[in-house]
Design a protein. Sequence first.
Length: 123
Amino acid sequence: MSDNKAIISGLPDKLKRLRQSRGLSQGQIGNKLGVNVQLISKYERGVVCPPTNMVVKIASVFDVSLDYLLRDEADVAINKIKSRELLKHIEEIEKLPKEDQQVLTSLLDAFIKKHKFEQLARA
């Protein structure tokens, strides 16, 4: 168990963040996962390390990859985003078809380039 615990050391915080970002209670997540609220609380506090099959269920319920849940490096970008509103938008954008994601990416690129150009013009 100690090896498994070391591998998923970031899981408790990620689980709590995912749950809260979706506005769900521990009880609601417990119902979705088929476990009681006390076990969800223990997962979020890092008291109990969920078994592999439960980690797979957690990934499915939150529509995230196992890589995101299990690897610290996958969380670097999300930690840099401080705005919950932006995180919610990003989560919704990821659910859109690839073509729509590409359109939004192009719009964001254009907006960022315009902003950088304006900054250079002011300098």
